[in-house]
Design a protein around this ligand. Structure first.
Ligand code: NAD
Length: 253
């Protein structure tokens, strides 16, 4: 796949660490010039990632923006278009998880999770769509979750936000297909990241999730890279409105 995507530009949101970081490096390996994004708190890690990508011989812009803030999202997209002229692929990866039972869930927790996971995906996609449509080409890859299909206790709001991403993607695919744009989801299972650790508080939880997989192991960020890069490439040209479970066989369909 080396340099298969030469001349193309991809944006990954929330990618200073975890799954997004692995995907950004994977896309750069495939030949994409990169735009990497995260929030101010993650600036140092984001800059370090950008340096790593530049050392691979790719162009890379590191842009701070909160994906749940319309003005910041548009400023980011305007900056990319002014410099690169285009974005061929976006990976909406930024996400948060705040564990709470439904009984204890506050309005603020519900809104925070919805704002980043669901609204952030909408805002970034909406800002970039006119540019993709004008060129008759685009790949939208949304990182949802098997939580959006099944869900676990203390994650009703997170599951709802990811179900929203899945539904958003199915409708988006129907709206933009005629413009050469595909929209698909990746649904990770339990991946060992800062967020993933929420599900892995103690050995009993680790054992439970390992036993739930057909492959008898937890996922690593690198496990999500192949499916995400596939959906960002022309190898998936006739796929749209779909979701790929990348969960070691927790969810089978
Ligand atoms: P992570 O917490 O390590 O990384 C999430 C990144 O998103 C962080 O760098 C964070 O700073 C960034 N972010 C948060 N809010 C943001 C905002 N408003 N704007 C821009 N960036 C923001 O988590 P991860 O496990 O790497 O998660 C990546 C994606 O994968 C998320 O969408 C998550 O819901 C999804 N996912 C993760 C798992 C898992 O088990 N780890 C499972 C299913 C889905």
């Amino acid at each position: 796949m080396e340099n298969q995507q030469g001349g193309r530009t991809a944006l990954v949101t929330g990618c200073s660490r975890g799954i997004g970081r692995a995907i950004a490096l994977g896309l750069a390996r495939d030949g994409f010039d990169m735009v990497v994004n995260d929030i101010e708190r993650q600036r140092a890690d984001l800059e370090a990632l950008a340096e790593e990508i530049r050392a691979m011989g790719r162009d890379c812009q590191a842009l701070i923006a909160d994906v749940s803030d319309r003005a910041q999202v548009h400023a980011m997209v305007d900056t990319v278009i002014a410099r690169s002229g285009k974005i061929d692929a976006i990976v909406n990866n930024a996400g948060i998880l705040i564990a709470s039972t439904v009984e204890n869930l506050t309005d603020e927790q519900w809104d925070a999770v919805m704002d980043v996971n669901a609204k952030g995906t909408f805002l970034v996609t909406q800002a970039i769509l006119p540019h993709m449509r004008a060129r008759g080409y685009g790949r939208v890859v949304n990182i949802a979750s098997i939580g959006g299909k099944v869900g676990s206790p203390e994650q009703a709001h997170y599951a709802a936000s990811k179900a929203a991403v899945l539904a958003f993607t199915r409708v988006l695919a129907q709206e933009v297909g005629e413009f050469g744009i595909t929209a698909n989801c990746v649904c990770p299972g339990i991946i060992v990241t800062e967020m993933g650790r929420t599900n892995l508080a103690d050995q009993a939880n680790v054992d439970k999730w390992v036993a739930a997989t057909a492959l008898r192991r937890l996922g690593q960020p690198e496990d999500v890279v192949g499916p995400a890069c596939f959906l960002a490439s022309d190898a998936s040209a006739f796929m749209t409105g779909q979701s790929l479970n990348v969960c070691g066989g927790i969810v089978l369909n």
